[in-house]
Design a protein around this ligand. Structure first.
Ligand SMILES: NC(=O)C1=CN([C@@H]2O[C@H](COP(=O)(O)OP(=O)(O)OC[C@H]3O[C@@H](n4cnc5c(N)ncnc54)[C@H](O)[C@@H]3O)[C@@H](O)[C@H]2O)C=CC1
Ligand SMILES: O=P(O)(O)OC[C@H]1O[C@](O)(CO)[C@@H](O)[C@@H]1O
Length: 390
């Protein structure tokens, strides 16, 4: 299908965020979108009607049609994807951080070809829950040796982003699909844009302090839900909703969030008021998002990949390290981490890997290895003691 005179976007990853947030936003901005995904099922589903529906959680699951879309398989249609990289106006990813290695070679080949064709610069952004994921993607492209940094600089701009929207999978109005909340924020690193005043995506927020904004989001919102999920899992809950309704769990989780906030205030000079407003808007009010009929968010989704989530810059240990840097308390964050080490979901590849590692090498080595805590250090001792008491 050809859509004349429309701006073009290529989105790697047609999952919940790809379709439910980035696809939605770019569609609202008048882009014709091509998704590139490794899943045949996902590609076929989009290509069936060249459109998909989103269900609006805050509007009684009213359906929003996202049209002018198509999809390609990263496995079967690589040449077409490479060609598309030479043509589009914007390229994004929403594939999960670990899968950026799969995107890097194809994207690098496409950008190299675009440069050889003498095309204009393109904006490339990784939209993942990870710290400075676009920088990671750029480094992965350089590692392929297909392109150099110098060549990448000539053909593209690579802003980091912060991605915040609740996007759920499930059955809505009797149909399987993706449900999205109204509340959302796509933060884009302004300094990386060639024209600092340009706003290539309307409805996004252009920020000068992306690292601070991104860490505030991941170390508060994602921290809140991750710790809720790991403690909830140990308590036998299957759904995030249920763990969010458990007041005993939430008393602890809120203390962890406040530990995180205190460290962020110090590190990034957020005022206390600014931080409280953020917590009210992006956490407290969002308990209601989870309380709506029809929302069933599995703990397995929010707790997925515990090794990533326990790494030193991610949502639990990241803020714990910041708190310790300023001699602030971090006991509740470390209590959350201890519960994450207990996550033994047999359907989660990383959880299985982590539990096998614990069995083989002991919890002490596992804590050191995954979270970077030195054996015998104060933070290490707290995690270990909590773990042994669970
Ligand atoms: N779902 C949410 O509420 C939020 C998710 N995020 C972040 O957005 C990113 C995507 O998450 P979701 O959409 O929830 O995950 P998802 O699992 O729903 O979708 C990921 C998609 O990427 C595809 N994929 C995997 N490897 C690929 C590759 N090499 N090339 C192309 N496609 C590939 C998968 O087949 C899948 O369709 C993650 O980094 C996540 O942390 C950020 C904020 C909120
Ligand atoms: O996508 P991740 O990083 O695995 O985190 C799990 C999910 O839980 C959330 O924190 C809340 O839905 C999302 O931002 C995120 O997709």
């Amino acid at each position: 299908m050809v859509f004349l005179d429309m701006k073009k976007a290529l989105i790697f990853g047609a999952g919940k965020i790809g379709q439910g947030f980035i696809g939605d936003l770019l569609h609202d901005n008048g882009y014709e979108i091509t998704f590139a995904d490794v899943s045949d099922k996902v590609v076929e589903e989009i290509d069936k009607n060249n459109s998909y529906n989103l269900f609006l959680t805050n509007h009684n699951y009213e359906e929003k049609i996202i049209d002018n879309v198509s999809a390609l398989s990263l496995i079967k249609n690589q040449e077409e994807i490479i060609e598309l990289v030479t043509e589009v106006d914007i390229i994004t990813t929403s594939v999960l951080k670990a899968n950026l290695t799969g995107v890097a070679p194809v994207l690098a080949k496409g950008l190299k070809k675009r440069l050889e064709k003498g095309r204009n610069k393109v904006i490339v952004m990784a939209c993942e829950n990870a710290i400075l994921a676009t920088d990671t993607l750029v480094n992965l492209m350089i590692d392929t040796r297909i392109v150099t940094m110098n060549e990448l600089d000539k053909i593209g701009t690579y802003p980091n982003t912060g991605v915040d929207r609740f996007v759920f999978g499930g059955v809505y109005n009797g149909k399987e699909g993706t449900a999205v909340s109204d509340s959302h924020e796509l933060a884009i690193e302004r300094q990386k844009l060639d024209d600092l005043d340009s706003e290539p995506i309307k409805g996004a927020k252009y920020v000068d302090n992306l690292e601070a904004v991104l860490k505030r989001k991941i170390y508060l919102v994602n921290c809140w839900l991750a710790i809720t999920s790991y403690i909830g899992y140990v308590h036998g809950y299957k759904m995030v909703n249920d763990a969010l309704r458990d007041q005993d769990i939430q008393t602890i989780v809120k203390k962890a969030v406040h530990e995180s906030a205190a460290g962020l205030e110090k590190k990034f000079n957020f005022s206390h008021e600014e931080m409280s407003d953020y917590i009210n808007e992006m956490i407290i009010k969002r308990y209601d998002d989870y309380n709506q009929t029809g929302i069933e968010d599995p703990i397995a989704r929010v707790a997925r990949q515990p090794i990533r989530k326990l790494s030193s810059d991610d949502r639990i240990m990241g803020p714990a390290y910041i708190a310790s840097e300023y001699n602030l308390p971090n006991n509740y964050l470390l209590y959350g981490a201890a519960h994450a080490f207990k996550y033994d979901n047999a359907d989660d590849e990383e959880a299985v890997k982590m539990q096998n590692y614990i069995q083989k090498n002991g919890i002490e080595n596992t804590i050191e290895n995954i979270s970077g805590l030195e054996i015998g250090s104060d933070m290490f001792n707290i995690v270990l003691e909590c773990y042994n008491n669970i």
